[in-house]
Design a protein around this ligand. Structure first.
Ligand SMILES: [Zn+2]
Length: 73
């Protein structure tokens, strides 16, 4: 049973590491402050709460990466 768990974990790890290879997981988008044009990648933000802009301290807004929606218009 332990062996099966190990194999399953190894397969899951290898199949999920085939994205761009930056080793940081997949980014879904980024947080923006449009006033300052500050940008924080979601991978750089801990948790799901929008961070405050480092320049003006206003809450930043989340925007998905283009291409992930499948809409090219
Ligand atoms: Zn700002």
């Amino acid at each position: 049973m332990g062996l099966l768990d190990t194999i399953t974990a190894a397969l899951a790890a290898s199949s999920s590491s085939t994205n761009r290879g930056d080793g940081r997981g997949e980014s879904k988008g980024a947080y923006w402050c449009h006033d300052c044009e500050e940008r924080l990648l979601d991978l750089d933000v801990e948790g799901d709460d929008p961070p405050a802009c480092p320049a003006c301290d206003e809450p930043m807004t989340f925007e998905r990466s283009p291409g992930s929606t499948g809409c090219a218009c």
